[in-house]
Write a protein that binds this ligand. Structure first.
Ligand code: NAD
Length: 370
């Protein structure tokens, strides 16, 4: 079998810096575990605009469609702020998500013990936390029609957005959540506002339908999204997988992510329908942006990008053991007190550079084989 293909789009700002550390892990997997990828690289975002006048060329889009997985760094920066909306760096990312039809956005919120003090919540509430938020990414109020700002009947204006979900849109993201739960602790909590929104009633009924007909072995509960927000900060460890719509997921996943500390630690995956080879269309990327304030200084934390690659190992390549190996290496390095600047506590100390963190993780991977 040919090696699975991985398209790397490092992007702008700290994107290439953190991606350089991921490449060390990819190389390690090849040399020490015999797991080889056919890696290619291309441009996205501001650097693509500089080279081609567009944040994503048709050729790059076609390569992304053909790849077994896409790994993205970050896009954007002040240099591109004044560009026309149609060619802004973010348009490249949005085009990838839209044309690959990546409807399930996976955002883990995992608390490494060594960083439990970073949370704004008490340590006992957060230590050992490991939850996954699955956010519907291609439907709902961000896309529904009609939308716009119109004159109203009283001489003023009216702003309209439409929350709209179909059976198919709900069922396919529910399936993603149930599949994930089976690989984890077998529990799904679905969140909507069925008490005040018809789309919420449909959401609840369809998620229940998928459960009853296809995943009766998974424990399913329903919660109103506002109550879910409260429960997330009251006792987050009650959850395993949360599935929710685009708007609520936007808020709830940011809230859950910040339970665990720095932006430099947060990976994500966006998955679509299975391809011919059974793998889902997939884009893996850190949650953070291009961090222009620290770009080019060797200060960026590469862990979010490295953990995004670990998600690719697990969800695109069925290499859960190797993903866990990478995650354990990160945990070990943090437990040993290795910190990039964003992870320095008030007690201070000397931070390592971006490449120092990558090297420490490779050393921990070596140690995992000893
Ligand atoms: P940002 O995530 O780039 O940075 C926010 C803060 O977090 C900054 O202080 C930054 O230094 C810090 N930070 C982020 N990642 C870090 C890391 N890995 N290690 C250490 N510190 C880190 O968000 P922003 O400043 O709002 O946006 C900057 C640019 O990135 C903008 O052009 C924005 O449009 C773009 N952006 C892109 C994405 C993406 O590519 N997915 C996401 C968000 C923002």
């Amino acid at each position: 079998m040919a090696n699975p293909s991985l398209l790397i789009l490092a992007g702008d700002g700290i994107g290439p810096e953190v991606m350089a550390e991921v490449k060390k892990i990819i190389a390690w997997m090849g040399s020490r575990r015999g797991i080889r990828f056919s890696v290619s690289e291309d441009l996205v975002g501001g650097c693509a605009y500089d080279a081609h006048g567009t944040p994503l060329t048709d050729e790059t889009m076609a390569r992304a469609q053909a790849a077994d997985a896409v790994l993205l760094g970050a896009v954007g920066g002040p240099k591109y702020d004044k560009l026309d909306f149609s060619v802004k760096p973010e348009r490249g990312l949005l085009r990838l998500r839209k044309e690959m039809d990546l409807y399930a956005n996976l955002r883990p919120a995992q608390c490494f013990d060594a960083l439990a003090d970073f949370s704004s919540l008490k340590k006992e509430i957060i230590a050992g936390l490991d939850i996954m938020i699955v956010r519907e990414l291609t439907g709902g109020v961000y896309f529904g029609e009609p939308r716009g700002i119109f004159p109203d009947n009283e001489g003023g204006r009216v702003g309209i957005n439409t929350q709209r979900y179909t059976t198919n849109e709900i069922r396919r993201v529910a399936r993603s959540a149930f599949e994930l739960a089976r690989r984890r602790n077998n529990k799904v909590c679905s969140m909507e506002k069925a008490n005040v929104m018809e789309s919420g009633i449909l959401w609840r009924e369809e998620v229940q339908w998928v459960h009853d007909n296809e995943y009766p072995d998974v424990e399913l509960s329903h919660m109103y999204a506002d109550a879910g927000a409260m429960q997330l900060v009251r006792w987050p460890k009650q959850f395993d997988v949360i599935v929710t719509d685009n708007l609520f997921g936007d808020l709830l996943s940011d809230c859950a992510a910040m339970l665990t500390g720095s932006l430099g630690m947060l990976p994500s995956a966006s998955l679509g329908a299975p391809m011919k080879n059974g793998r889902p269309k997939a884009l893996y990327e850190p949650v953070h942006g291009s961090a222009p304030d620290i770009a080019g200084q060797g200060k960026a934390n590469p862990i979010a990008c490295i953990l995004s690659f670990a998600m690719a190992l697990r969800y695109s390549f069925d290499l859960g053991d190797e993903a866990a190996r990478v995650e354990k290496a990160v945990e070990k390095v943090l437990a040993d007190g290795v910190r990039t600047a964003d992870l320095m506590g008030p007690e201070g100390g000397k931070p390592v550079s971006t490449s120092g963190m990558g090297d420490a993780i490779v050393t921990a991977l070596d140690a995992s084989l000893a």
